[in-house]
Design a protein around this ligand. Sequence first.
Ligand code: 13P
Length: 255
Amino acid sequence: MNKAKRKAVIAGNWKMNKTAGEAAELISALIPEVAGADCEVVICTPFTDLPVAVSKTAGSNISVGAQNVHFEKSGAFTGEISADMLTELGVEYVIIGHSERRQYFAETDETVNKRLKAALAAGLKVILCVGESLAQREQGVTSELVALQTRIALGGVSAAELKNVIIAYEPIWAIGTGLTATAEQAEEVCKTIREVIAALYGKAEAEAFTIQYGGSMNAKNADELLAMPDVDGGLIGGASLKAPDFAAIVKAASK
Ligand SMILES: O=C(CO)COP(=O)(O)O
């Protein structure tokens, strides 16, 4: 695989953090720190921060994403947000299938697939999350599980649409725990994902495809993780909430 062909994507997943006022402050601090980065920079904010995030980042190299989207276009789905609502705001990306959504909000591979197709149809770029629990890793089913999650999520997605999809490999046991997958563990699963993409869409598509690692990624471990041949970026939780911490990872990806 020629990694040089792929531009790294560093995305912050703010989760349920930052009011709109706090978001404005964080973005103001972030813009000068990441200006000129040689990688793509994305911040995925709570829904309520999206308008301020879009307006504040205008003219900068930071793209804005949401953290979820519903699969229907509109209707009686109290509390939900549609893809058209996001695109009209100027939102470019959306995270789909994060393990916290799967774990706490009963999202399944099937609804992840429906959300993904709805997002792509509306013109959004998707960061699709896959990853195993600690019990699944200990049972030795990580590769199989991640391959299955990937196949189901991408069901019905064309090769043209795939260009707007990134996959983030996020081992659940490494999220917010301070436990990072070793670079070798991250590489092994990211490589498996690339093989699944190659089997589904072909070798050229797989080589062009961006795969991120996520799970306690920080300024200290970013270099080693990003040096892996199949790790093309990161999806960052905790370390995306402070401008210097996030900027340090962006810098590591720009080397
Ligand atoms: O879930 C994550 C990003 O989506 C990772 O979160 P942490 O970086 O806080 O472990």
